[in-house]
Design a protein around this ligand. Structure first.
Ligand SMILES: Nc1ncnc2c1ncn2[C@@H]1O[C@H](COP(=O)(O)OP(=O)(O)OP(=O)(O)O)[C@@H](O)[C@H]1O
Length: 806
């Protein structure tokens, strides 16, 4: 079977390590910058911004000296020729045609002058033409494919009419699910009571038609004009005036409708009037994003506006994968705006001396529903507790589910619900095509056939698992299609590089997991392909929302198997009928790809093997280098205090699965696969189950001590190994095997002398600071979500009173 080479997708989930800094209490995280003081992912000052949000600058600053392994290199080595992107091929073809035309012109000129010479010219031009054909044989092929493509499109239109039955079938079931999505009258009444009335709707129906009408300051207006943002989008027209009044907002509008600027503009405006006197400098704004990429993008939007307006506002990016030390250093300078992922922010709140959120004026949580899905509930609670009660809070997302109810109650004070066109979930310019997949074996051949014949460039393809995305990249490479991958198994450098390559058109396809489904704004994405349908409708909405942004047109193509039928119905149900198409891939094209895949089956395995070997070799080098660093910089490493975390690793895992279950449960449409998984999870017994609280605490303390001892042992072993490694090796002696020193040894690096248990130098600080901020914090209304996303804590479903920022 052609699909044999694809690893069975056991772990469907992309579970990116959002809490990158998830460090168990008393342990030091394993990070390169802890071991190598020279290792820096330092953006500071090196990044320019503008409208080009994913410009090369993002990546330039990210070199850590080691080139990541690139499977394209392996494929190129094996094939003996480089992979070219579609746009490169197009460029070449155009250049060749131009050259040919020029040649013809010069031939014509010379024709009149010398008839004898002319004969030789004809020969010459003939041979040149042949050369072009032979050098770029693939171009000629793709040219004909392009024609195929057009024919195919026509065929498909005909096919579409014939196959209307299928669509009808799906639509026929629409009404059956109606009730699931309807809010009950009681729920509506409850929400009504909780939210303040939106004055932009009731009191003054005329919304500002321009930014100038919003009374924004001149520099900001200048910035907007120079970024060609002349007219506010609906969400901006409604949210900005309210945000400028300091109101708490729960904002939702379709993907690509400018929500980032909707919160960024008012907060920059607010910062224009901040106190700049002595002692006035402070971190005043915090924007929380679920992924690092989104945080980088958000920072770029803020910086672009700031720079174009000549505003004196400083930003700090606090995300995992970048240097903790550089971020701590920036925090000491009290930047005005912090853009962070929750994990890294908590790490700094816990471990960076004197860093607090006590002067915060505005808190923004972008993709609020995703935050709960990613298991950040406890982190969010902790962060909200650290913010002053007097702050303004804004939550934004294209998909607001009931799962955000608790977060709303916890963080918003007399909020206004600004939902633009809540009935519409996908952009107007989006055409959604669905391809029926009869058996899973034909999924990969269908995808390849689509990409070879129809979708040649500017396409994001979503997969459920990282392994699948990676393997498909190899398949693409071996088929001459240039692709980059984006998922949580890559280093931050690789992730940004992939985005950059895709944006620059160096690669035609971005093979991604749901890590890339939220918020990313990449201009020019023409097509989004769903290799498989995601588990939740919200995920689908965000995935397809990577195209047809800001009023542009775009297309999504989803491969729908039997198991995806339910999601198909929901997707159709939430869209207008004119947006829906049924696409058919000719069976011959699928069969031909099926055979091709069978032919390269072994080669795929070889590439994977080669990649694995290369990885192992690099790892060995890295271990050696780390060990050497341990020896060389041991004084400095040991003098650093251990980093701490507000939860144990176990607690963190628990809360992650609770929030995930709650999130999944909040969708009536969660796929059965997810339900099965959830059920399986619930059956598992935790190691502390059945213990009394006292016994549990004792057991945890013993485990912590054991881990510390183990860690200390590993440190000594690491040093010993590194010393050994640095000795000259006898020719007959094999190199000492690098043992797994890094993970365990570096965890211990904060403990002096590896002796008894040492508390972090900041433990006391944290305690005292947490006390001193008590008065400013929201009361920790414990978020304890059950499977349906309802709170188990008291006051269930009660309006804001007593639960908000009191
Ligand atoms: N007023 C405006 N006029 C024209 N273009 C705009 C305007 N505001 C924002 N945009 C553009 O719209 C695009 C999408 O914006 P943004 O990323 O903020 O969307 P979003 O609503 O946050 O999407 P998502 O839900 O996917 O996160 C950006 O490229 C941005 O430059």
């Amino acid at each position: 079977m052609a699909n044999d080479f694809i690893t069975t997708i056991d772990s469907d989930d992309e579970t990116p390590n959002y809490g990158e800094s998830s460090v168990s209490k008393g342990k030091t995280p394993v990070k390169n910058d802890d071991l190598d003081p020279d290792f820096e992912f330092d953006f500071a000052g090196g990044r320019e911004t503008g409208l080009d949000l994913w410009g090369g600058d993002e990546v330039k600053g990210l070199k850590n000296g080691t080139e990541p392994i690139n499977v394209d290199d392996i494929i190129e080595r094996r094939r003996g020729k480089p992979l070219e992107s579609y746009s490169d091929r197009k460029r070449k073809r155009k250049a060749a045609i131009e050259e040919e035309e020029e040649q013809e012109e010069s031939d014509d000129e010379e024709e009149d002058d010398d008839m004898e010479e002319d004969d030789s010219q004809v020969d010459l031009s003939g041979s040149e033409e042949d050369d072009e054909m032979s050098v770029d044989g693939s171009d000629v092929e793709s040219g004909s494919e392009e024609e195929d493509d057009e024919d195919e499109e026509e065929d498909e239109e005909e096919d579409q009419e014939q196959e209307e039955d299928d669509d009808d079938d799906a639509e026929g079931t629409e009404s059956s699910d109606d009730d699931e999505d309807e809010e009950t009258a009681a729920e509506l009444a409850r929400k009504e009571a909780f939210f303040s009335k939106d004055p932009t709707i009731t009191d003054d129906p005329t919304l500002p038609s321009s930014f100038a009408a919003m009374n924004l300051s001149r520099p900001l207006l200048r910035a907007l004009t120079s970024l060609q943002l002349t007219q506010p989008t609906p969400i901006q027209a409604r949210a900005i005036p309210l945000a400028l009044q300091g109101r708490d907002i729960l904002g939702s509008a379709v993907t690509g409708s400018g929500k980032t600027a909707a919160f960024m503009i008012p907060l920059l405006e607010r910062l224009c009037y901040r106190d700049r006197g002595k002692g006035g400098q402070a971190c005043r704004v915090l924007i929380l994003c679920p992924t690092r990429e989104l945080a980088v993008q958000c920072e770029s939007v803020g910086k672009a506006l700031t720079e174009k307006g000549g505003l004196d506002i400083r930003f700090a990016l606090l995300v995992g994968g970048l240097s903790l030390n550089a971020q701590a250093h920036t925090l000491r300078t009290l930047p005005d705006v912090l853009i962070a992922t929750p994990g890294r922010l908590i790490d700094h709140l816990t471990n960076t001396p004197s860093f607090t959120l006590s002067a915060l004026d505005v808190l923004v949580i972008d993709e609020a529903d995703r935050m709960l899905e990613a298991g950040f509930t406890d982190e969010l609670e902790e962060i909200i507790k650290s913010c002053p009660r007097s702050r303004q809070t804004m939550l934004f997302s294209a998909t607001m589910t009931d799962s955000v109810d608790e977060l709303v109650k916890l963080s918003l004070d007399k909020p206004i619900r600004v939902f633009v066109d809540p009935k519409r979930n996908t952009a107007k310019g989006l055409i959604q095509e669905f391809v029926r997949i009869k058996s899973d074996d034909t999924r990969s051949p269908s995808l390849l056939a689509l990409c070879k014949r129809t979708v040649r460039e500017k396409c994001i393809i979503f997969f459920r698992s990282k392994a699948l995305a990676h393997q498909m990249r190899i398949v693409f490479g071996l088929n001459g299609l240039k692709a980059a991958e984006l998922h949580g198994n890559l280093t931050q450098e690789q992730r940004l590089q992939a985005l950059n390559d895709f944006k620059a058109g160096t690669v035609d396809y971005l093979l991604a997991t749901d890590l890339a489904s939220r918020g990313l704004d990449i201009k020019g994405v023409e097509t989004v392909i769903n290799y498989d349908m995601p588990g939740q409708l919200a995920q689908y909405t965000h995935r397809v929302g990577r195209t047809a942004r800001a009023g542009r047109k775009g297309r999504s193509i989803s491969l729908v198997g039997e198991s995806d039928r339910k999601m198909l119905k929901l997707a159709i149900k939430q869209s207008e009928s004119e947006q829906i198409r049924h696409r058919i891939i000719p069976i011959e094209a699928i069969n031909s790809m099926f055979e091709k895949l069978n032919e390269i089956k072994e080669e795929i395995q070889d590439v994977l093997k080669e990649e694995k070997e290369e990885k192992l070799m690099r790892q060995a080098d890295m271990e050696l280098k780390k060990g050497e660093n341990m020896v060389q910089h041991q004084d400095e490493i040991y003098s650093r205090p251990a980093r701490t975390w507000f939860q144990s690793e176990k607690d963190k895992q628990n809360s992650k699965s609770v929030s995930k279950d709650a999130y999944v449960g909040s969708f009536p449409n969660s796929s059965s696969k997810q339900d099965d998984k959830k059920d399986k999870k619930e059956v598992k017994r935790g190691k502390y189950d059945g213990l009394s609280r006292k016994a549990k605490r004792r057991k945890m303390a013993i485990e912590e001590d054991q881990a510390d001892q183990q860690s200390s042992k590993s440190t000594s072993i690491a040093i010993r190994n590194a010393k050994k490694a640095s000795r000259p090796v006898k020719i007959t002696e094999s190199l000492p095997k690098p043992k797994s020193t890094s993970s365990s040894s570096s965890k211990k690096s904060g403990k002096v002398g590896g002796g008894g248990k040492k508390r972090s130098a900041f433990d006391d600080n944290n305690k005292s600071s947490s006390k001193s901020h008590e008065g400013m914090r929201a009361k920790p209304a414990k978020v304890n979500l059950d499977k349906k996303g309802k709170s188990k804590s008291g006051g269930k479903g009660k309006p804001a009173k007593g639960k908000g920022r009191k």
